[in-house]
Design a protein around this ligand. Sequence first.
Ligand code: URA
Length: 294
Amino acid sequence: MANWPAIHYHFSMSQSNPPAGLSSFAVLRWLSDAGADEAIGESPVNRFRPLPISAATPAGAVPPARRSAPRVQTAISSRPTQSNDQIGRARELAAASNTLAELKAALNSFDGCALKQHATNTVFADGTPTNGILFIGEAPGRDEDLAGLPFVGRAGKLLDKMLASIGLDRQTNIYITNVLNWRPPNNRDPSPEEAATCLPFLRRHIELVNPAIMVLLGAVSARYVMGRTEGIMRLRGAWLEYYVNERMVPVLPILHPAYLLRRPTDKKLAWRDLQAIAAKIHALHLLEPEATRG
Ligand code: URA
């Protein structure tokens, strides 16, 4: 996937099909970047059926471009079961949320992700969205599950130190969330189905924050946000591009602080990446008062 040519399109909750006119190869790439990178069921399910008007067209959103594309339906289809319905439900709830508070309430009301059954709390986000600096981690751990906030355990404390080293902190200038909103039991990796039910909320979360830059903490985050399956050692430190409503957002995958706790010798790599983040924030004037930002 690393060698695939660049294809210009953007993700948006309001664009649920690949743009018309893409080659089969580009459609596959679009699906992969959207997280549909494996077939998990035998029968197709139409995920692109028109949504109820209220869910499909939140204020100011462009109605989704519709096209009948059986090959897309087959590729993105999953088991014709509950989980499929739940992904559709997640998409509807996410699309109908027009503020972060609404999205949080939608997640709290959503019972379609199996992880929620074992979780103490839904972990939504922490920090300050107004500067447009969005960090995305993987999933809540035990401490986060108990507190209902991301990155409050040992890895979170290291993350706070990393942020502080370049003048950032969640109280004043960065916002942080996770790919998954519920703790996987024993911190295991999420199944593709579990991730798939959280992804519509994450994509809408990104749209609502409307970030100027994004930092992805670890391989799971890079995989589900960007559809990149390479190891984090290959991905870290190189800027990628994510499109929010046709605006390009620079994205930097970096080493996860939990990994750095296990491998402190790699902190030098993390330091280089932090410097790159600081330089980008400076170049984009993200810590300056809103009026002076470019
Ligand atoms: N690791 C993560 O990726 N996220 C958290 O919230 C905590 C630990």
